[in-house]
Design a protein around this ligand. Structure first.
Ligand code: PEP
Ligand code: MN
Length: 336
């Protein structure tokens, strides 16, 4: 059960509500987000919401019997739309396209990529500067220096930035230069990071863990929400399976399931999802067909020379086709 309160609690729960819940022996957890105040209640068994619905200070009561509470569609029937400002949003009717290199490299390549995005009417560029690498001897990204360059070029062109954050200690430093924080698959259950991101007011896109279940992804989002940030996006990026013919198994089943269970926007990452350049476009199209709210794609002016993930990085021509095709498919399925 979720009780939305009339007023901000700021650590003080209205006495009449607290007394009522205590008398009924219902455990409750205050959740104070940047938008509103809630009490997440976990009654055992069925509960008559009229017992609390009439109390002063209660705005709304919703029965949410599932384990996931604040990210649950049962509570918030309308889909969450993330407003990025300047008329740009993720979720709702819009189909979001985010593209750029796996890792930020040269200023010239950022500029070329930005020009391509502008040409295609795309307003979000991806690019890692802090890279989680399987081997400690691999390139780790250009760090803050890379982020500053990335930011200044994008800002001048009106392009928003999504980039990965790996640890809470760099959050403050990164904050002014980031529009969407990405939590990578390897950090999907880094609870300290999720809690820290809950305390920011910037959107957070959480990728599904490499061997993560849908439940675990939803709980990761619940962590961020519980800590105050409702501006969340979920991302299916492929999971590890027994199959070795491709890098990961893009689990497109997850899209309708996540959309059914949660009010949050769902993005598909076909690049990591299949890991093979020549099939990325098809899988992006499949993501649009299955009802995703957008795609995030690795793209580079000279894909073979991309510093990381070059085998799954597409070039500009392929990207142009991908954009046209996902947009057409999205238009078709919107009518279904
Ligand atoms: C990435 O987006 O480049 C990345 C490292 O993704 P993931 O966390 O899904 O592996
Ligand atoms: Mn990558």
């Amino acid at each position: 059960m979720i009780i939305q309160l009339e007023n901000r609690i700021q650590d003080i729960i209205p006495a009449q509500i607290e007394t009522c819940l205590s008398q009924l022996k219902i455990p409750f957890y205050p959740v104070e987000t940047q938008k509103a105040s809630y009490l997440v209640c976990t009654p055992e068994g069925p509960f008559d919401i009229r017992l609390v619905g009439h109390l002063e200070g209660v705005k709304d009561v919703h029965i949410v019997g599932d384990k996931h509470k604040m990210v649950n569609k049962r509570w918030k029937v309308e889909d969450t739309v993330i407003d990025l400002g300047e008329g740009l949003s993720i979720g709702g009717d819009e189909f979001a396209i985010m593209a750029g290199p796996c890792s930020i490299d040269t200023a010239e390549n950022i500029e070329l990529t930005v020009s391509k995005l502008v040409e295609k009417g795309i307003r979000i560029m991806r690019g890692g500067v802090f890279k989680p690498r399987t081997s400690p001897y691999s390139f780790m990204g250009k760090g803050m220096e890379g982020l500053l360059e990335f930011y200044s070029i994008c800002k001048a062109a009106g392009i928003k930035i999504i980039t990965e954050i790996m640890e809470p200690s760099v959050l403050e430093q990164m904050y002014p230069y980031v529009d969407i924080f990405q939590v990578g698959a390897r950090n999907s259950q880094n609870f300290a990071l999720l809690e820290a991101l809950g305390k920011t007011d910037k959107p957070v896109m959480i990728k599904r863990g490499i061997s993560g279940t849908i439940d675990e992804l939803l709980f990761s989002a619940e962590y961020v929400f519980k800590n105050g940030n409702e501006r969340l996006i979920l991302c299916e990026r492929g999971i590890r399976s027994f199959e070795s013919a491709y890098r990961n198994t893009l689990d497109l089943n997850a899209v309708p399931i996540l959309k059914e269970r949660s009010h949050l926007p769902v993005i598909v990452d076909p690049s990591h999802g299949i890991g093979i350049r020549k099939h990325v476009r098809q899988m992006a199209v499949a993501g649009a067909a299955v009802g995703a709210d957008g795609v995030i794609v690795e793209m580079h002016p000279d894909p073979d020379k991309a510093l990381t993930d070059n085998k799954q990085t597409i070039g500009f021509d392929e990207f142009g086709q991908l954009v046209d095709q996902v947009r057409s498919v999205h238009q078709v399925i919107k009518g279904f």
